[in-house]
Design a binder for this molecule. Structure first.
Ligand SMILES: [Zn+2]
Length: 158
């Protein structure tokens, strides 16, 4: 299965995303149409912790709420899910994805705040989360991939 690699200019951070996982995200976006949607990215890190590899995509939880220009990621079922993930499958939460219908895949001020919140939440054990944003124009998707290297420092992966 083909994979697409995104890396930071400094080469410290990379994401290998399987094309089937990208298609899965796009499918959630198509279903959401004009509304924002989002979820989480699950995967593994290599030995050095610098290359993240996707193993699965989660869509919006049932308690997620959304509108045309905002998305609140819910939490229902996640605690149990992640407990199982770590103990049984040794997988990690890599980060989050969300959709900007009719917008660019650039991150907003609110997006930075939300990914920082995730990084600081110990129950997710994800201190340098990836943020993947899907933009859309005339039904064509584009993506922006970022990593929160430290608080206030969101680096682009390309
Ligand atoms: Zn956003």
């Amino acid at each position: 299965m083909p994979r697409i690699k995104f890396s930071s200019d400094c080469k410290r951070y990379s994401l290998l995303i399987r094309s089937e996982h990208l298609q899965e995200i796009y499918q959630y976006c198509r279903v959401a149409k004009d509304n924002e949607t989002g979820g989480m990215i699950i995967g593994l890190y290599d030995k050095n912790g610098s290359i993240a590899m996707t193993k699965g995509i989660l869509g919006p939880t049932p308690d997620s709420r959304f509108g045309n220009t905002w998305f609140y990621r819910g939490v229902s079922g996640l605690k149990q899910f992640f407990n199982n993930l770590w103990t049984r499958d040794s997988l990690h939460l890599l980060g989050e994805w969300h959709f900007h219908p009719g917008g660019s895949p650039d991150f907003s001020h609110v997006d930075i705040k939300q990914i920082e919140k995730l990084a600081m939440d110990e129950k997710y054990n994800c201190s340098t989360p990836i943020l993947l944003i899907v933009g859309e124009s005339k039904n064509i998707f584009s993506i922006g991939v970022y990593v929160l290297a430290s608080v206030g420092k969101l680096i682009i992966l390309k």
